[in-house]
Design a protein around this ligand. Structure first.
Ligand SMILES: [Mg+2]
Length: 270
């Protein structure tokens, strides 16, 4: 989850001002926390509560998880009304009758990483990702973007090689017949899963380290904070995060968001 937060904060100042090179300062005074981090934290909170509330901790109650995902995305989301929501998601956050709206926006993938980090097997990664996504992004491409991201994280966490993860993604989710250098000249802002998730995954596959993954994601351009959040989540699972980078990012969170992160780190390490 922290990898997504790092990607989001690093990418925040480039979302509408793309920087198509790997040479830049990761953290500056102009960097900030956006919806990608805030919704990731909301999903982490929902998942922790769902696990604790489930009768059988081995089987997370999916209906409960869906309810908690709605509750915490709304409760936490309403405290940060100006963090960068898309129009339809913003209406959903403030709705008294929140319903899924058939979205395939990349918000599905940017927030899903806790599912991949918690899951105890790949099937559970798929199920948790579907559940927390379908409350808003119930279009099949929205679900696919979230599930592919969660599966990549799960496999990376369990020590799968990049080739194996790539093969799984190509077999089950996306054709990855491009390189970042190849698409960079024509890649523009696009907030769909279909035009964000495969690109973010290839940034990870081409990377040499956690930091290089984040820099590669920024260098692609487009919806920079979200591309980097998705890439960063998978890179965290594969490489682990250099502690100094983690500390820099956590310092951007306020006390409430930080408390959930701390709770999540205890939850997933125990
Ligand atoms: Mg954002």
């Amino acid at each position: 989850m922290l990898g997504a937060i790092i990607g989001d904060i690093v990418g925040s100042r480039f979302e509408f001002n793309n920087h198509r090179s790997k040479d830049f300062d990761l953290f500056t005074d102009a960097s900030f926390v956006t919806d990608d981090s805030i919704m990731t934290i909301a999903i982490a909170k929902a998942l922790m509560e769902a696990v604790k509330a489930s009768q059988d901790p081995e089987h997370v109650d999916q209906a409960k998880l869906a309810d908690l995902a709605v509750r915490h995305m709304q409760e936490i989301g309403r405290k940060y009304p100006n963090c960068g929501y898309g129009g339809r998601f913003e209406r959903w956050v403030f709705s008294s009758d929140p319903r899924p709206y058939n979205s395939f926006g990349n918000g599905a993938a940017m927030r899903v990483s806790p599912a991949g980090f918690f899951a105890r097997d790949e099937k559970e990664a798929v199920q948790l990702a579907k559940t927390v996504t379908a409350v808003t992004h119930n279009h099949e491409e929205g679900i696919k973007g979230a599930v592919a991201t969660a599966v990549a994280i799960y496999m990376a966490r369990r020590g799968a090689k990049k080739e194996a993860i790539r093969q799984r993604i190509e077999d089950d989710y996306y054709i990855l017949d491009f390189t970042i250098d190849g698409i960079r000249p024509l890649y523009v802002f696009n907030e769909t899963c279909q035009e964000t998730v495969p690109q973010a995954l290839v940034c990870f596959f081409e990377s040499e380290s956690f930091e290089d993954a984040i820099r590669t994601a920024i260098s692609l351009g487009g919806d920079s904070d979200t591309v980097a959040a998705i890439t960063g989540a998978v890179a965290e699972a594969y490489y682990c995060i250099p502690p100094a980078l983690g500390r820099r990012a956590l310092a951007y969170l306020d006390a409430d968001l930080r408390a959930v992160c701390d709770e999540w780190m205890r939850f997933t390490s125990g």
